[in-house]
Design a protein around this ligand. Structure first.
Ligand SMILES: CC(C)(COP(=O)(O)OP(=O)(O)OC[C@H]1O[C@@H](n2cnc3c(N)ncnc32)[C@H](O)[C@@H]1OP(=O)(O)O)[C@@H](O)C(=O)NCCC(=O)NCCS
Length: 166
């Protein structure tokens, strides 16, 4: 599908507790280990419920024919030594067979409007350096000033070598 969905077809609304499971399962479809190991590792039920409980105004879904087909989950960050309030768009995703139909843009526009109402002056996102689709999408929404970020892991489950005395 690549027809742009009209506002009559696509409903953007605040997420409710009844949407948690649908959002979680849609995210599981999107954030697979093949797509992104870092997003795969950090996407879980607690991530969604934590954002929902702390910033429910910034947790929204896109609905088509009464089915959840997209979501955006965000929060705000205030620093005590700065007058700036930041908006952090933590997760955004749309159903694979509905991508490039305008749902992501509609979700982002709604989140941006809500952040502006909350006094946000800058929106931050992060994603994998090789998430070309995501980066292209964010650039289309006006994001720039890409900064490289290093993500590392330390696997603690590897067997430790015994130290032998000489
Ligand atoms: C990123 C994502 C949310 C975009 O959602 P979408 O519903 O496809 O977005 P839209 O249809 O509203 O597209 C908006 C613009 O981005 C562009 N775009 C979207 N996906 C693109 C892609 N794969 N490649 C190039 N451009 C793309 C569209 O062409 C459109 O441009 P236009 O306004 O000039 O027409 C979606 O691809 C997705 O869920 N990706 C997997 C999850 C992810 O990586 N999320 C980001 C990190 S949390």
């Amino acid at each position: 599908m690549s027809k742009i969905l009209s506002p009559e077809e696509l409903v953007i609304r605040i997420m409710t507790i009844d949407d948690l499971a649908a959002v979680f399962h849609l995210g599981e479809q999107l954030f697979t280990s093949e797509y992104s190991s870092s997003m795969y590792r950090t996407w879980d039920e607690y991530e969604i419920t934590t954002l929902f409980n702390s910033d429910s105004e910034l947790c929204i879904v896109a609905e088509l024919n009464e089915e959840v087909v997209g979501f955006a989950l965000a929060t705000t960050v205030e620093k005590h030594n700065s007058a700036w309030k930041y908006g952090y768009l933590v997760w955004i995703g749309t159903r694979p067979n509905l991508q490039k139909c305008g749902a992501g843009k509609a979700l982002f526009e709604e989140i941006k409007g809500r952040m502006v109402e909350q006094g946000v002056r800058m929106i931050i996102i992060d994603t994998d350096a090789d998430n070309e689709a995501g980066i292209h999408f964010f650039k289309k929404q006006g994001f720039d000033n890409i900064q490289q970020h290093v993500y590392m892991t330390l696997n603690l489950s590897k067997k430790r070598k015994r130290r032998t005395k000489a």
